[in-house]
Ligand binder design. Structure first.
Ligand SMILES: Nc1ncnc2c1ncn2[C@@H]1O[C@H](COP(=O)(O)OP(=O)(O)OP(=O)(O)O)[C@@H](O)[C@H]1O
Length: 306
């Protein structure tokens, strides 16, 4: 198990992370979310041993993860880190990059493993392509496969699908997260994207103001978002009479106390997101039809609709 206790860290003077404690089980998928600059990448780097903590401790099973003050070479065999800027070898092929750290003494095993990982990241057709000619998203997939090559016990992923196009993203996510679960690799993933979390993460940590605001399952946090920051991660929401109401929880009805004036309808595929004015405040609701700008409609809140 990964055990982080009272971790405090600053780059220069002000704390980026303060008194952060959490655990992750073997095989758990734990998502770290938070606004830009909230310290997600910093936390991953600390878990990797890239910097020394100001206070607190990080343990993977019985081993304490320590920074450069204690280790000549950063990192440990059991942990791999895929940073936002992936550092690959441009002049060799995709499969050579993936197999780079696999033993040459077992060529068959090396080949089998490389092929398996090419499939996980859906790059089989690019096995013989030189990395320098790949797109950003393809490079990101090579970096993922390379991190998995020497099967780590724990993998740290920083925005792992940020460069991947939407056509590929869904199937790649499923493939990578399924692989990690099957192999019981603990996965800590820093992300802005709820699609990286919903359906995959067992738990999610929300970082805010240098601390952990909440640590719970995505389902619990979605159903009961205690703060606007948490709700905003999941989608468009409103604050009505002190309660957080998602846009999809507002329904157009014939008559109600909530009369709004439509400002704009946004096509979202199987519904329209509608921006409207409620006594000088903006509200968002979902509707299956487009509504004329300036039209008045009545809304009802359906809090049981989640
Ligand atoms: N090498 C560094 N030296 C000094 N300050 C840094 C360094 N790296 C990051 N910071 C600062 O630490 C804070 C946290 O940055 P970090 O990159 O961890 O945030 P993040 O949540 O990952 O952001 P993003 O979502 O934009 O990637 C920011 O205020 C940032 O400016």
């Amino acid at each position: 198990m990964l055990k982080v206790e009272n971790l405090t860290f600053s780059y220069i003077k002000t704390d980026v992370l303060k008194d952060v404690s959490f655990k992750a089980d073997i095989g758990e998928n734990l998502a770290i979310i938070g606004e830009s600059g909230s310290g997600k990448s910093t936390l991953l780097k600390l878990l990797y041993g890239e910097f020394d903590l100001n206070a607190g401790s990080i343990f993977w099973k019985e081993t304490e993860v320590q920074g450069p003050k204690f280790n000549l070479v950063v990192g440990y065999d059991f942990i791999k880190y895929v940073a936002q800027e992936f550092d690959l070898m441009p002049f060799i092929t995709v499969e050579e990059n993936i197999g780079k750290f696999l033993s040459r003494f077992y060529p068959e095993e090396k080949h089998r493993r490389t092929q398996e990982l090419l499939e996980v990241v859906e790059l089989t057709d690019f096995a013989k392509t030189k990395v320098k000619t790949l797109s950003g998203g393809q490079k990101q997939r090579v970096a993922l496969a390379r991190a998995l090559a020497k099967q780590p016990e724990i993998i740290l992923l920083d925005e792992p699908f940020s460069h991947i196009d939407n056509f590929k993203k869904q199937s790649l996510r499923r493939s990578v997260f399924k692989y990690l679960k099957n192999k019981k690799i603990t996965c800590i993933v820093a992300t802005h994207d709820k699609e990286d979390v919903l359906g995959f993460a067992d738990n999610m940590i929300v970082l805010n103001n240098h601390k952990i605001l909440v640590n719970d399952s995505p389902e619990n946090l979605f159903k009961n978002p205690k703060t606007p920051l948490i709700a905003s991660f999941f989608g468009e929401f409103n604050e009505i009479e002190g309660s957080i109401i998602y846009a999809h929880q507002l329904k157009v009805v014939e008559k109600s106390k909530l009369k709004v004036k439509v400002i704009q309808s946004y096509f979202r595929g199987n519904y329209y997101l509608i921006e409207a004015d409620l006594s000088g405040n903006k509200v968002f609701f979902e509707h299956h039809l487009k509504v004329e700008n300036g039209a008045s409609v009545f809304l009802s809140v359906e809090t049981n609709k989640l």
